[in-house]
Design a protein around this ligand. Sequence first.
Ligand code: PLP
Length: 390
Amino acid sequence: MSRFSLRSDFSRTPNPLAEALAGLRAQGLPPLDLTVSNPTRVGLPAPDAGALHPPGAFDYAPEALGLPSAREAVAGYLRSRGTAVSPEHLVLSASTSESYGWLFKLLCEPGDDVLVPAPCYPLFEHLARLEAVQTRSYRLPLAHGFGLDAGEVEAALGPRTRAVLIINPGNPTGHFLHEGELAALADVCARHRLALISDEVFADYAWAPAPGRVMTVAGRALPMPTFSLSGLSKVAGLPGLKLGWMHVGGPDAARDEALARLEWVADTYLSVATPVQLALPRLLAHAPVFQQALLERVRANREHLARARPPGATWDVLPAHGGWSAVLRIPREPGEEAMCLALLEAGVLVQPGYFYDFGGGAFLVLSLLTPPEDFIAALAPLTRVLGAAG
Ligand SMILES: Cc1ncc(COP(=O)(O)O)c(C=O)c1O
């Protein structure tokens, strides 16, 4: 056998949940799926397909950081959300995931590490490892509603830590970063010469307005290099179109150096397709329509869930303020996996907390994107199985 790299040596053994699910599907008994995360498959509004046939689509425009018109469209979108940035400080990529890859190349030597929150969406370990970078976790304490504790960040630092990643609002916790948390984090970053990578893909999905929240770190005078990430996947529910962006900020000299280096990285790949860049103004004009429909869906499903919880139940829906998920805290026994298997037997698919590195108890994660008829149909078996565990 040829030799392959350790960083591409990922486990391909299916977990017991995946095996049980495959078994049910093979028998023609698909469960009600409360893990759906693909916004194109849940009946939410899509843009007019004509947007994808812009004039000039076949012109090859090798502008490494993105077409000026597309960067201006992103700046205009951010302006419409109350954030003034220069298009010159925006970099387009094929997705937020690709932006991470570019940032790890920009910031880290092989073997360096970046700090990632726990709990969080399980993407960063893979993205880092593919760039020969390690991850170290800092805890988001449940006692603070999964808010950021700068003391936890500082305690998690190692001698080779180069950057701190925040997910704002958290996925799946739905906690927004607060001004005081950002100020304390900026102090840690400045003292330890760390860059801040702020993943803001869910920032448009606050369930209700509230004061003191940080919606983006873009356009702020912060003492460390900052990278604010988002893209069409979540902003307009269009992951298949492959367009992400990052805003580069922080002290002027570091920002300009980062932009020059990112231009070189981007020029090596030239991965963003011309048609989607030309279509961007129309796609972003559609974003509010999609977001409104999604927010109505998410709020309604969350209300159904809250109403389905019997008084005195041994499980809770954890408080949250935004995003696409609900987190349930469940009794520690019989354990997350056993609970997910029991639910699957009752015809309902949910995710165990360990997928997201929760720790400190037992948790389940439910997708609030689920079409309402499936979500409502799942509530009776869900409450019955959870109730039996108490
Ligand atoms: C927090 C977070 N960041 C990034 C991504 C990846 O987004 P993209 O499709 O732009 O790569 C996801 C995907 O679900 C996510 O949950």
